[in-house]
Design a binder for this molecule. Structure first.
Ligand SMILES: *[C@@H]1O[C@H](CO)[C@@H](O)[C@H](O)[C@H]1NC(C)=O
Length: 198
């Protein structure tokens, strides 16, 4: 009888302590929010690497992850834009590469513009215009991706250390943009139920 009682008490104690630790885990979530958010992207490791800083603030809200994805992409587009501008100013590239570089700088300017417009929309999402907003986001982020590809086309099949570095940086931007688009598509398919109005 006493043994049975002890066992029951033990069982209750064990189940209580397990439940408590689960509650704590759900709150902190130890980096699982970013993994879950990034699961819809194509370049998952890059996604986790660049967006883990938002894991606590974005939680499980798709609109916040979409915003984080576009913000990070804008930051990197600006970095690469500064790099391209420096290359041009230093006059490192010649001939066809020089022309390709100027084209790249132009396409990056368009891409940045489209990404800024996208961030603007993500900052004022509304239930009434949600479908139009999702359509605009898809159009603009896809256009940014196309612009980045156009930049790469100019250096297709070219070799050299400087060109390789440039290609790596532009590829990186296009992966970030692809991830941002996937996060926006996730938002579009989840809908507004999850949006916490600002
Ligand atoms: C790609 O972009 C991220 C985000 O800005 C940056 O942390 C990373 O160093 C970049 N990688 C390359 C190869 O440029």
């Amino acid at each position: 009888m006493i043994i049975t009682l002890r066992l029951i008490l033990l069982a209750i104690f064990v189940s209580l302590s397990t439940n408590t630790s689960h509650v704590v885990d759900a709150k902190r979530n130890c980096g699982n929010n970013v993994k879950e958010a990034c699961s819809v992207t194509r370049y998952k490791n890059l996604c986790i690497h660049t967006l883990s800083q938002f894991s606590n603030t974005a939680g499980r809200t798709p609109s916040k992850w979409a915003r984080a994805g576009v913000s990070v992409t804008i930051g990197e587009v600006k970095n690469v834009q500064a790099y391209l501008t420096k290359l041009k100013r230093n006059g490192n590239l010649k001939g066809r590469n020089k022309v390709a570089l100027s084209d790249c700088i132009e396409t990056f300017c368009y891409a940045l513009d489209d990404l800024h417009k996208s961030l603007g929309v993500l900052r004022k999402l509304s239930k009434r215009t949600f479908n139009t907003q999702m359509g605009d986001l898809n159009t603009w982020i896809s256009a940014a991706l196309t612009d980045e590809d156009t930049c790469l086309d100019g250096f297709e099949g070219k070799s050299g250390k400087q060109i390789k570095l440039l290609q790596n940086k532009v590829h990186n931007v296009s992966y970030l943009t692809s991830n941002a688009l996937a996060l926006v598509n996730k938002l579009a398919s989840t809908g507004l139920g999850t949006i916490t109005d600002p």
